[in-house]
Design a binder for this molecule. Structure first.
Ligand SMILES: NC(=O)c1ccc[n+]([C@@H]2O[C@H](COP(=O)([O-])OP(=O)(O)OC[C@H]3O[C@@H](n4cnc5c(N)ncnc54)[C@H](OP(=O)(O)O)[C@@H]3O)[C@@H](O)[C@H]2O)c1
Length: 415
């Protein structure tokens, strides 16, 4: 990585610290690393007043926590912020609306970056526009460092690591099934989803891009096999359960395929991966699977129709800054199951769990540890500049951090 002319004052800057998820993240960083302590972190956002209010809430010792004011559209302010940071962690979304100038500033100044976007079309645009600059400057850009897509991407990475140990071969077919989860949505997530549906409903090229399971792979990535794509209820014999489509699979499967592409097809030349939700094995299994599939279809269709979207946004869905209650975050959890099969039929099962609601309590911890991992474990070392996935950037180091400090578990299920 090219050396900077001066040592940055901050290890990690949280841009969007006053967002719903940013506030959870800053409370986590304060507990985990002090304000500041062994990690020199700072909070940033567009409003000095809101940042000061947030700092006051972080406790009496937080008085020394640096505040940085920058608007997401102010390129000069973003460059100043980046020049003094090892890593910028951003929660300012929808990223497709607000995120581009920051990715540009990080790529140009050689500043490492991670975020919570799940907007694959925006990630594609960022890779196309800024990867050559990031390679030159040494900036490591890592999107999708929350529930989408860390548990999926690191879950597959972990399964493949264990498969190589046991079988000396990768599992060329992997399935992830959500066994259960409890959590909610925030206004920021809803805004990101609505923006994507709005853009896609008027743009057939974008719809085709969103349907491509390899949409995040390098442009010259060749070996392509038809990927499974569950659209309706089905019985899955490998899990002995009925399954329904999982909303996050449209993001997670693309990230996992990019990981395989960037790791020189470590998961196999004909690697197949899909995700779904388990809905039970008894007579209610197909009923629940049908209800989930129909519900998902109705929400997507409703969101694509401007009048329905307006009603949903105004009266039904959470607004900016709103999200699940502290109690719902504390009581939330997730349990994901992975099934892998090698070319010669050997099978490996893995379980990945988290101890808070996936989208906020757990996501904030994942993002915080991803930022800390970039700033400390990989300061001046590790992969070169470019656009990485969580698995290809962090691998074992992040699994260790998430297990020790963020309430996640990764385990092989022995028969
Ligand atoms: N991947 C995952 O698992 C996951 C989970 C949760 C959230 N997310 C994503 O994370 C993002 C944040 O979600 P959220 O619910 O926390 O959103 P939110 O509460 O609506 O917050 C949005 C943030 O963006 C800031 N912002 C908006 N315009 C700005 C500008 N021009 N300059 C600087 N800052 C600006 C807002 O600043 P103010 O505070 O000053 O208004 C606010 O802090 C969303 O994109 C969401 O989709 C992803």
């Amino acid at each position: 990585m090219p050396a900077r002319s001066h040592a940055p004052a901050h290890d990690v800057v949280v841009f969007g610290a006053t967002s719903f998820v940013g506030q959870i993240l800053t409370r986590y960083l304060a507990r985990e690393f002090g304000t500041p302590g062994r990690l020199r972190w700072a909070i940033a956002g567009r409003s000095a007043e809101k940042l000061a209010e947030l700092r006051a809430k972080l406790g009496p010792k937080a008085g020394r926590l640096p505040l940085i004011v920058a608007d997401a559209a102010d390129g000069a302010a973003l460059r100043r912020m980046c020049s003094d940071a090892r890593v910028v962690v951003s929660t300012v979304g929808p990223y497709a609306l607000y995120g581009t100038p920051l990715v540009q500033a990080c790529a140009e100044t050689g500043t490492d970056y991670c975020d919570l976007t799940g907007e694959t079309h925006w990630i594609r645009r960022m890779i196309d526009a800024w990867e050559p600059t990031a390679r030159k400057s040494g900036a490591r850009i890592v999107h999708c460092c929350g529930f989408d897509s860390i548990p999926s991407d690191l879950g597959v990475y972990y399964l493949q690591r264990e498969a190589r140990k046991r079988f000396d071969a990768p599992c060329t077919t992997v399935k992830m099934r959500v066994k259960g989860m409890s959590g909610g949505f925030s206004g920021g997530t809803v805004a990101s989803m609505m923006n994507l549906v709005k853009e896609a409903s008027s743009d057939p090229v974008l719809r085709r891009e969103l349907a491509d399971p390899y949409s995040l792979c390098p442009r010259d990535y060749e070996p392509r096999v038809r990927q499974p794509n569950l659209r309706s209820p089905a019985y899955d014999p490998d899990f002995g359960a009925w399954v329904a489509p999982f909303i996050m699979s449209a993001i997670n499967t693309r990230v996992v395929q990019r990981s395989n592409a960037l790791s020189k097809r470590a998961y196999g030349h004909e690697f197949r991966y899909d995700e779904a939700m388990m809905t039970g094995s008894g007579f209610t299994g197909p009923l629940v699977a049908t209800t989930v599939t129909a519900g998902l279809g109705a929400v997507m269709l409703g969101a694509a129709l401007p009048p329905v979207r307006a009603v949903l946004e105004r009266f039904v869905l959470p607004g900016p800054g709103e999200g699940p209650s502290a109690e719902a975050q504390r009581r939330g959890w997730f349990d994901l199951r992975f099934f892998g099969r090698t070319d010669d039929g050997r099978v490996l099962r893995v379980k990945v769990t988290g101890d808070r609601d996936p989208g906020y309590g757990s996501t904030a911890k994942m993002l915080g540890q991803a930022g800390a991992c970039l700033a400390t474990d990989f300061a001046g070392s590790g992969p070169p500049g470019g656009f990485w996935t969580p698995a290809t950037m962090f691998g074992d180091r992040l699994i260790e951090r998430l297990t020790k400090h963020a309430g996640l578990t990764f385990e092989v299920l022995e028969d």
